[in-house]
Structures are given as C-alpha cells and as structure tokens.
Design a protein around this ligand. Structure first.
Ligand SMILES: N[C@@H](CCC(=O)N[C@@H](CS)C(=O)NCC(=O)O)C(=O)O
Length: 135
C-alpha cells in the first residue's frame, strides 16, 4: 500500500514538473532550412527511451525541444512493452532516459541525463561552448 502511494506521489510530482516545463518551454534554436534538413536526417537515427513523468527525462526532452530536434520518443514504462524489453536486453538496463543512436550496423545506448544533454548540446547547439550546458 505504501509503495503504491509513493508511486502515485512520484507520478503526480513528475506530471506537475512536465506541466511547468511545458509552460516555460525555451525558445527553439533557429537554423536555415538546409541546416535543419541536415540535422533532421541525423536525428532520424536517434530515439529517446523515456517515461513521460520522469524528471530526468523531462530535462532531456527540454533540451531536445530547445535544439529543435525531431526525435522519436519511445515510452519504456509499460511492463512487457517492446521498448522496455529492447532497453533492458539491448541497452543493458531499465533506466531512463536513454538515448539510442543507430549508425549503420552499430547501435549506441547512452544513459545518464546529464551526459545526454551535454552530448546533444555539443553536437547540435550552433552556439555551443564548453562553458555552458543549457537544458
Ligand atoms: N542519474 C540518472 C537517474 C535516472 C533515473 O533514476 N531514472 C529512473 C526514472 S525517474 C529510472 O529509470 N528508474 C528505473 C525504473 O523505473 O525501473 C539520470 O540522470 O539519468
């Protein structure tokens, strides 16, 4: 009973954070149509395994929105769901967020929200500098 209440509380807080994040959505970076097309084709091979109300996932989704990346989100919360199974079997752990990158025959699974944010900023922020790591 206590575990269920705790789970409900965490889910509620997560949804509240998601709402606040939505209300305070950061401005998207602007690119020329050609640059955006290039970014789109890179991001086609990426997907984010995530839970809707996980604060760490919200942090990464915020970066993805700000960087204007049309990334596929894969819900890994449903028990027995295909994305949850792939995350565990291929990624190595049921932990979100996880950024999946498919390059040719090679697939990389990147865990840890801060590492994902840093990686995406470094790769896609036109004004990236090592001094700042915006979310
Ligand atoms: N340090 C990690 C923490 C991620 C984390 O704790 N995620 C939770 C969800 S909020 C998780 O995946 N828990 C495992 C589970 O739900 O089975 C990060 O920043 O990405």
């Amino acid at each position: 009973m206590k575990a269920i209440l705790l789970k409900m509380f965490r889910e509620g807080v997560g949804r509240l954070i998601a709402l606040i994040s939505f209300i305070t959505t950061p401005a998207k970076v602007k690119r020329t149509p050609e640059e955006q097309e290039k970014v789109n084709s890179i991001v086609e091979n990426m997907s984010l395994y995530q839970y809707f109300a996980c604060p760490f996932c919200i942090k990464v989704r915020r970066t993805i929105r700000r960087l204007n990346l049309p990334m596929e989100y894969r819900d890994a919360q449903e028990r027995g769901g295909e994305h949850r199974e792939a995350l565990e079997k291929e990624g190595g752990a049921i932990k979100v967020p996880c950024l999946r990158m498919d390059e040719g025959a090679e697939t990389t699974w990147m865990y840890e929200s801060s590492d994902i944010v840093a990686y995406l900023n470094q790769r896609f922020d036109p004004e990236y500098t090592t001094a700042e790591n915006k979310t």
